[in-house]
Write a protein that binds this ligand. Structure first.
Ligand SMILES: [Zn+2]
Length: 396
């Protein structure tokens, strides 16, 4: 018999006390996560405390909540207790990697970044609508999406970027499609990057949604592409070392890149597997105070077993590169919630917000990380998910 069962039995045996209010034996909280280091960048919190959850919401962050006040307790001593992680760029298109599996990795809110387009988004909508966590979609401006079984989006011409079809798909599914994805690299768009982006803007402007672009090895220099973006648009793969990255030939951040950030264009990491980043570019940019706004995985089924693994693993690479733990956590909580309008209420442990919480362990010991070019580095810390609370419910 656990404490809750014991108290219920007692209460049931004392009807007079129950009738006179009932709260004498009722627990104030459904779940208390105890004794962890609570880090919530949204509120500037970093201290050891208990996080209390009630009715699917965060109820309080307090020291030493008495056991008797909690129906269920989770010991988080020695662990980090942070808002449920938000991954703004992954791919949930693989049956082998369903949202339920991604939730267990610590991700309570996530964005599929362009796996599908107007012609084939129905299946992905179904995945999002049946996900146990919060999944939303960036519609690929190419109407077949990433189309893994065929040629990349725009190699055979610009016809796949069908403005009318994309706009109709967004308007019909506005609650689920929260932005557009435009992949602009030469291997996808050939020399049509600006035309692809122009067409994406023709959908995004009237529907009032952001565009996430996939940069690196574009036909056009990056400043020309950035000039077309609006505040709130997102540049993914910011540390792509291929031609037309964020650095000039001397390794300095381009002034146009800093100017874009200043006017509200956001920069996302997007780990992925191929040609999206290497240590050298990331390290040079971080040294020049150009961290990502958001750290995302660009996770696919292939990435589960190499390079990417999961979001905490990707976060760990930034610890290795010298970024502060709290800043890394901000990139997957408060910053990520700000990047996606529909995620604004999440990525926080504020009282009254939905109780999405991830418990992480910061493991010590040497661990090897790899960039997209087989570059290996050894770090001394690694973040690992230990527990996940999704909408107040303990998942793992
Ligand atoms: Zn992607």
């Amino acid at each position: 018999m656990d404490r809750r069962q014991f108290l219920r039995t007692t209460a049931a045996g004392v009807p007079a006390l129950l009738a006179s209010g009932g709260s004498l034996f009722a627990q104030e909280f459904d779940l208390v996560i105890r004794g962890g280091r609570v880090i919530d960048p949204d509120q500037g919190i970093d201290r050891v405390a208990d996080v209390a959850i009630s009715g699917g919401q965060i109820a309080a962050i307090r020291p030493n909540i008495p056991m008797i006040q909690a129906a269920q307790s989770l010991d988080a001593a020695g662990k980090l207790v942070v808002p449920g992680l938000i991954d703004v760029h992954l791919h949930a298109r693989d049956a082998e990697l369903p949202p339920a599996a991604i939730l267990k990795l610590g991700v309570t809110s996530m964005i599929d970044g362009g796996s599908r387009g107007a012609d084939n988004v129905a299946q992905l909508l179904q995945v999002a609508q049946s996900a146990p966590n919060r999944m939303r979609i960036l519609l690929n401006i190419g109407r077949l999406g990433n189309n893994p079984n065929g040629r990349a989006e725009f190699l055979d011409g610009i016809d796949q970027a069908d403005v009318a079809k994309a706009r109709a798909a967004v308007e019909a599914n506005r609650a689920w499609i929260v932005g557009l994805k435009a992949r602009l690299s030469r291997g996808i768009a050939a020399d049509r990057d600006q035309e692809v982006l122009r067409r994406a803007l023709q959908v995004a402007e009237p529907t009032n949604i952001p565009i996430m672009i996939h940069m690196g090895d574009t036909a056009s220099p990056l400043p020309q592409i950035l000039a077309m973006l609006r505040p709130g648009d997102i540049v993914s793969h910011l540390y792509a070392p291929t031609p037309h990255g964020i650095l000039d030939e001397r390794g300095k951040i381009l002034p146009e890149v800093r100017a874009a950030r200043l006017r509200g264009v956001l920069f996302d990491f997007g780990n992925g597997l191929n040609e999206h980043w290497n240590w050298e570019v990331a390290q040079k940019a971080l040294k020049q105070d150009f961290p990502p706004d958001t750290i995302s995985t660009d996770l696919t089924i292939a990435g589960r077993t190499e390079q990417v693994i999961d979001l905490p693993n990707v976060m760990s690479k930034f610890l290795l590169m010298g970024m502060k733990l709290n800043d890394v956590i901000a990139c997957v909580t408060s910053n990520a919630s700000r990047a996606i309008r529909e995620f604004h209420p999440y990525g926080t442990l504020r009282a009254g917000s939905v109780a999405d919480v991830t418990v992480l362990e910061l493991q010590q010991g040497s661990v090897e990380f790899v960039d997209n070019y087989k570059g290996k580095r050894t770090g001394m810390q690694r973040l690992v998910t230990r527990a996940v609370v999704n909408g107040g419910r303990l998942v793992v």
